[in-house]
Design a protein around this ligand. Structure first.
Ligand code: 5AD
Ligand code: SF4
Length: 469
């Protein structure tokens, strides 16, 4: 995703899973861009296709079916996908008969353009159409193009057990809802993923129980706006409605040795109950991702965010009153329509005031059909956007480092995820506040909880050593 939104993690290409599934069936290769939700969707797709007799491969050259799960959030996310389609076109020239499918957020938006790539794209499937994939692929095998980009009001894939595509078997994503009912002026998600719907809590709890039995030690509950999660069984009285705080509590009770994370929270909806639930359960991580987007009231109004600068600061104060150690991370957009230097300064001063532990920072990118594209001029020159973004990134660099320096000398519980990428002889894990820690292994392995004394830090990482038991 480019993993973004919902704890945006820029640019993740996911294709590195252990090959599974029917060894004789056609082999599927999946590449994933976008947010954590998209990673989880690819896991749902893997499950649907293996049930239908397909196998999975992480080697594109051995694949019979190549799928790309796409993101539409910014223009550069889409540009990257078009680039990959050129690569797939070349692959098809070398291996005629390979089927290529485009999934996810670009599918609905760009169906026509995708289908114009007649010789490359065989299947187009939107985020709510994955159950239809075996049928669409079958159609494509018969020489017709398989297309389904219909959005649904009900689909939550509640009954599907995603096939986990992560490498270490430690941390898993669990979707609790799909779609989005907010209309942030800049955002394409409501158009690509459709209306908001919540998933039956019973199926969520079962999935988490199953993950715990499989040895997973952490789950991240995913939704575009988790605070608006709401489940009411049909015909049941209002008072039996399950809120996000209720769900969080149920999930936290599944296994006290399982860490619980969630993303993304919306500043207008984050409830006191959620914060109190976090305080009540040791295993709910001390971290809230609370995208602010801008520190200027004028921008927030234009963005249709439904909170003010002061409202946001009040939320942060309320969180810190109950959870003094809670990490707060955010998303910031530089150069939204009509943004002035004064608006930009307000964003910078808010960032300083909050002291975010980490941020995902973006240049505004106009998306077709959004409220901003329809009503406002994208009038901040690209050079100005770039300069403001650079200032924001530099400031956040200082804030992130401050936040890490404050941990030096502390002893923190770390969940081991695997070998450090840069120093394979050492282990990498995360603190409850979601900071990365690198330390000598001392015989520990992925999935272990260890107490680490933080001895120093780099701009991106905490370094430490295990405290002997
Ligand atoms: N341009 C730039 N950034 C955007 N985001 C969403 N839409 C856009 C856009 N059109 C950012 C927001 C959001 C994150 C996932 O991506 O900061 O929180
Ligand atoms: Fe995720 Fe789709 Fe949004 Fe990209 S556009 S961040 S894939 S929901």
């Amino acid at each position: 995703m480019e993993i973004e939104s919902n704890i945006p993690v820029e640019a993740t290409v996911l294709g590195g899973f252990t090959p599974v599934g029917a060894s004789m069936g056609p082999k599927v290769y999946i590449e994933t861009y976008g947010c954590q939700m998209n990673v989880n969707d690819s896991e749902v797709v893997a499950s649907i296709l293996t049930d239908a007799g397909y196998g999975l491969t992480n080697d594109m050259s051995k694949a019979d079916v190549v799928l790309i799960n796409t993101c539409a959030i910014r223009e550069n996310a889409e540009t990257r996908v078009w680039g990959r389609l050129d690569v797939f076109a070349q692959l098809k020239r070398q291996h005629p008969g390979v089927l290529v499918g485009v999934l996810g957020c670009m599918a609905g938006r760009l169906k026509e353009e995708l289908l114009e790539r007649r010789s490359t794209v065989d299947v187009v499937a939107g985020p709510d159409a994955y159950r239809d994939l075996p049928h669409l692929l079958h159609e494509a095998e018969l020489g017709q193009r398989g297309v389904n980009v219909l959005l649904s009001h009900e689909e939550t894939y509640a009954d599907i057990s995603p096939i986990r595509l992560d490498r270490h078997g430690v941390s898993a994503f669990v979707s609790i809802m799909r779609g989005c009912n907010n209309v942030c002026a800049y955002c394409v998600v409501p158009y690509t993923r459709g209306a908001e719907r919540s998933r039956d809590p019973q199926t969520i709890v079962h999935e988490v129980e199953h993950l715990s039995q499989m040895g997973y030690r952490e789950v991240t509950l995913l939704g575009q706006n988790v605070d608006s999660y709401r489940w009411l069984a049909s015909g049941a009285p209002e008072r039996s409605a399950v809120s996000f705080a209720d769900l969080l509590e149920r999930v936290a009770q599944v296994d006290p040795r399982m860490r619980i994370r969630f993303a993304t929270s919306h500043p207008k909806d984050l409830s006191r109950e959620v914060v109190y639930t976090m305080a009540m359960y040791e295993n709910i991580c001390n971290h809230i991702h609370l995208p602010v987007q801008s520190g200027s009231d004028r921008m927030l109004k234009l963005m249709n965010r439904h909170y003010t600068r002061q409202g946001y600061l009040n939320r942060v104060a309320a969180i810190r009153e109950v959870l003094p150690d809670c990490a707060i991370t955010t998303d910031v957009i530089a150069g939204f329509c009509t943004e002035t230097e004064l608006d930009h300064d307000q964003t910078m001063s808010l960032m300083r005031e909050v002291g975010f532990d980490m941020a995902y920072m973006f240049k505004y990118s106009e998306r077709p059909n959004t409220k901003a594209a329809r009503h406002y001029a994208d009038d901040v020159p690209d050079g100005v956007k770039t300069r403001r973004l650079e200032e924001i990134i530099a400031l956040q660099g200082e804030l992130s480092e401050q936040s890490k320096r404050a941990d030096v000398g502390r002893q923190l519980e770390v969940l081991v995820e695997g070998p450090s990428r840069k120093r394979p002889d050492q282990l990498m894990g995360r603190t409850s506040s979601n900071k990365t820690v690198v330390f000598p292994a001392d015989g520990h392995k992925p999935g272990d909880f260890v107490l680490v004394e933080i001895t120093s830090c780099t701009p991106a990482t905490l370094l430490g050593r295990i405290v002997p038991e």
